[in-house]
Design a protein around this ligand. Structure first.
Ligand code: NDP
Length: 478
């Protein structure tokens, strides 16, 4: 098997992946556009493994045996095209280029086609886990030609995280851009869960009056063994609440400007939701919440209108434990809905693009290494194994939706609304749940309106679905 690779781009992710590959015993050729970063890497990590720095890409011709495995880990976008253009005259047919960045799946498909004209195989591979994951074991989501993946999977799979049940967090996701699509959807779910946690935090501090150290305690409980919220994101959130500012007596989280930035993967997930017709209101609410948090002009002069809670619930009282349980239920429901919406996008895209994405396997490779790893993923994996995810209210998941959970969510969201706390993601999740469970939605009225003003026709509940009707609802003015 190919135990030699080249890593192009030694930024946060590339440096970690290069070290990871070297730790697996690979000979790692390394290249970075700006030589300083390459030199810094060599200075810091030379002793860790078998690294061969090259100063220009042409050197790959002589410094690697064919077929070559090149892992590109650079800023997504034009940089990938620039690197591909430089590699085309250098590489030989049969060589493999793996783009491990957060590329758009359409770009990946265009790049596969371009590189294949010279017989070069291009793999679009999503990598999740941040800097530490990339070093110790990320979750890897490769797509493209299955035979190409088979040829480079040995080294890459050995670098991936353990899934906790004897496997590795890497699996072939499907042809074309399927791998990058799966990674983008992973990030969309990540946006939704992060926003749900942020809204839960907002309720806890504004209605419950919790201090950072109390928040640390609550999130630590949410992350306890056996909790369905147990996850990497809840774990780091608990840790964040205990970090002090070094400049002031405050906790650091209280000193951070509340304006969330983004790099586009949440946007692409929502775009995919629209394109493939798979509603993802929690993910969309999370994306819009980031935009809204940065809408300076819009928010500048309007910050006096909301009612703020007057008296807080006392810490340590029975009322507080009820309140904490209810907020927790709300966040649990929203986390589950975030995954469901993400999986629905994957299902819809997989059908439309004929990707045949192995959904149970995706749930498995998200169990370790990645940002959305959590105690819920084994449950989703099981749901895909038993029903292929066709029925979210089947036995695998249904036991999660207890009366206590739903009642807690309804009460928390009422409380938040009464107190003027924005809960776009949490309430989108509850409405999503209510929409998929409620047989009697009000879209009969929407159909009547559409037929009334536009003669768009409607179906009747007492006639076959294929039959369409039109009514003259109001006297004609024609
Ligand atoms: P960094 O900003 O840390 O590093 C960027 C790297 O790209 C540098 O090596 C830089 O070289 C190189 N680069 C940028 N433009 C070009 C170009 N035109 N030609 C050649 N090289 C170029 O990025 P990250 O490591 O954080 O991210 C890399 C990819 O991984 C991105 O697609 C990102 O979205 C994705 N990703 C990042 C994660 C993270 O947690 N950071 C997690 C998962 C995926 P130079 O030193 O010369 O500037």
């Amino acid at each position: 098997e190919n135990m030699e690779c080249c890593v192009i781009g030694l930024g946060t992710m590339g440096a970690s992946l290069a070290r990871n590959a070297a730790r697996r015993g690979a000979r790692v050729v390394i290249y970075n556009r700006s030589p300083e970063r390459g030199e810094e890497f060599v200075r810091k990590y030379r002793h860790e493994g078998n690294f061969l720095p090259v100063h220009q890409l042409e050197d790959l011709k002589t410094s690697m045996a064919t077929p070559r495995l090149i892992i590109v880990m650079v800023t997504a976008g034009d940089a990938i095209d620039a690197i591909n253009d430089s590699l085309l005259p250098i590489l030989d047919p049969g060589d493999i280029v793996v783009d491990g960045g957060n590329s758009n799946y359409r770009d990946t498909e265009r790049r596969i086609a371009k590189m294949s004209q010279r017989g070069i195989h291009f793999v679009g591979m999503g990598v999740s886990g941040g800097e530490e994951g990339a070093l110790l074991g990320p979750s890897m989501m490769p797509g493209g030609d299955p035979a190409t993946w088979a040829r480079c999977s040995a080294l890459l799979t050995s670098m991936a995280a353990d899934d906790g049940v004897g496997g590795k967090c890497a699996c072939y996701c499907g042809p074309g851009g399927a791998g990058h699509f799966v990674k983008v959807t992973h990030n969309g779910i990540e946006y939704a869960i992060m926003q749900s946690l942020a809204e839960g935090y907002d309720i806890l501090r504004k209605v419950g009056g919790l201090t950072p150290s109390q928040l640390h305690e609550v999130f630590t409980q949410w992350n306890a063994e056996g909790s369905i919220l147990r996850s990497f994101l809840v774990e780091i959130t608990a840790a964040i609440f205990s970090v002090r500012d070094t400049e002031t007596p405050n906790m650091l989280v209280d000193m951070i400007r509340p304006h969330a930035e983004q790099k586009g993967t949440g946007y692409w997930t929502v775009e995919a939701s629209l394109h493939y017709g798979a509603p993802a209101p929690t993910i969309a609410a999370a994306l819009f919440a980031r935009f809204l948090s940065g809408a300076k002009e819009l928010r500048a002069h309007n910050n006096l209108a909301v009612p703020h809670p007057t008296d807080h619930i006392e810490w340590g009282t029975p009322a507080m434990s009820v309140f904490l349980r209810q907020v927790r239920s709300t966040v649990e429901l929203s986390t589950i809905m975030s995954y469901i919406q993400g999986f629905e996008i994957l299902k819809a895209a997989s059908n439309a693009e004929h990707w045949n994405i192995p959904l149970a396997e995706i749930a498995r490779i998200w169990r370790g290494g990645c940002i959305i790893r959590s105690a819920l993923l084994p449950i989703f994996q099981k749901a895909f194994v038993t029903t292929e995810g066709r029925d979210w209210m089947s036995d695998d998941l249904k036991h999660l939706f207890t009366d206590e959970l739903l009642d807690g969510a309804r009460r928390t969201l009422s409380l938040a609304t009464l107190n003027g706390i924005p809960v776009a993601a949490l309430s989108a999740s509850l409405s999503y749940y209510d929409s998929i469970c409620e047989p009697n939605l009000p879209q009969n009225l929407v159909q009547a309106q559409r037929d009334c003003f536009g003669a768009h026709t409607y179906g009747r509940i007492d006639k076959p679905e294929t039959e369409k009707f039109h009514t003259q609802w109001i006297p004609s003015q024609l």
